[in-house]
Design a protein around this ligand. Sequence first.
Ligand SMILES: CC(C)(COP(=O)(O)OP(=O)(O)OC[C@H]1O[C@@H](n2cnc3c(N)ncnc32)[C@H](O)[C@@H]1OP(=O)(O)O)[C@@H](O)C(=O)NCCC(=O)NCCS
Length: 168
Amino acid sequence: MSEFTYRTYQPDDLAVLQEITALTFGPVSIDRNMESILGPFGSGDWQNRKTAAIAEDCRIQPDGVIVVLDRKSRVVGYVTTRLNATSGIGWIPNLAVHPDCQGLGLGRALLEHAIEFLRMSGMQVAKIETLEQNPIGQGLYPSLGFQEVARQIHFAMRLDRVEDEVSE
Ligand SMILES: CC(C)(COP(=O)(O)OP(=O)(O)OC[C@H]1O[C@@H](n2cnc3c(N)ncnc32)[C@H](O)[C@@H]1OP(=O)(O)O)[C@@H](O)C(=O)NCCC(=O)NCCS
């Protein structure tokens, strides 16, 4: 029997979900890329912004957040989803597994649970994004049946530093 179990999010889980987020998203965070390239900006850093995004996922669609627990009932990973009844598109905005538990199939299993939730909720299409710098996503998502439909390039520039402005 698997030592891991899956259940729907409960509000008490949020702090752990945010902890896992801050631990794992560094190499695959657009905000962190922006900080590395442009320097610090705003109040807080990429971890503050990413953990706030997870809180927003949990606020908007708490029944669509699935967590995985280890045998000691500790939350060690999560996936978040959003439903859009008008478009029929179910979105999977965020997924993470604690570094100590990666490589055990939990990421794949969380996505399977998320896809099933979206299907049972009447969605016709499931959508997920990954960055070019994330080799796991690029392998894992197609292996679950996702097809590539578009590529996007993110640009950013500072507005508060004169020396960074484009010269003639
Ligand atoms: C992405 C993530 C959730 C995967 O979790 P996980 O529990 O380690 O995933 P799994 O054990 O199910 O492995 C998924 C697949 O990735 C593959 N993989 C692992 N490391 C890899 C690497 N460096 N390059 C390519 N593929 C890799 C595994 O072989 C596995 O493939 P398989 O199922 O065909 O054997 C985890 O790495 C993580 O939290 N990353 C940081 C956050 C993130 O990137 N989130 C997704 C973007 S929203």
